[in-house]
Design a protein around this ligand. Sequence first.
Ligand code: ATR
Length: 269
Amino acid sequence: MTDHYAVIGNPIAHSKSPLIHTEFAKQTAQAMAYEAILAPLDDFAGTVQALIKQGYKGANVTVPFKFAAYDMADQRSERAFAAGAANTLSFTVDGIVADNTDGAGLVRDIQINKQCEFAGKRVLLIGAGGAAEGVLQPILAAKPSLLVITNRSLDKAQAMLSKAAATSTKLQAIPLAELGDAAFDIVINATSAGLSGSPLAIPDSIFAPDCLAYDMMYGRETPFMQQAKRCGAKAADGLGMLLEQAAEAFAIWRGVRPNTQALLQQLSL
Ligand code: ATR
């Protein structure tokens, strides 16, 4: 018996998730199939209900449906609750269970694959939209000494910080235009600027020596990554995060954690 899963988004044609989960299934000898499904912008819930009727066991959810996925769930994990959004749904006898593996995927990629610990580091998170919100709590759980959230509009960065759980990390919200000459050990771009290829107005001084500059986007070298490299930082795209959030979702569904290393090599820029 083959269990069926899918990734739901709009657009979805570019998604690497079917390839990734198919490889994971092969590697762990799981009898499962995984496909990409385009949901109409105004009927995400209908698409999910149709999959449940057909006996699907779960789905990943991507842009722009992560909030809708969270809203329609019957149960939510703590990480989904903290993010207010879900990227992983399990269809169970008790209903739809929502989780969010994005933040865990980011932290695991940075700490394990990139060998860069958050503990004691100065971290700059650029952006205060859905992508940034999804990773805030897992970053704080990794105990950086300082976390600055910067955004064009300060109110969104402040709103994010006001929802953060109690932490020993020093927290600050700063407008993008007022970053000054502060330097950081890890800089994470969680804006959608790279999508349009538009440059981010960030000063070179944010990249401390040995800085890791991480763009949550994957698939091409963004202007953010190019600027970081020019400043002597190590630059990474979000492919490792994509693989790790997928591995985490796979582990939730199948109870076995696939190895991401071979695929990371194979798919890297
Ligand atoms: P996502 O779900 O990808 O996070 P979003 O919720 O629309 O999408 O948020 C996009 C984020 O990228 C926001 O933080 C946005 O900044 P504003 O809140 O000031 O709009 C940020 N962003 C997009 N393009 C940007 C650019 N060219 N420069 C700086 N920030 C940008």
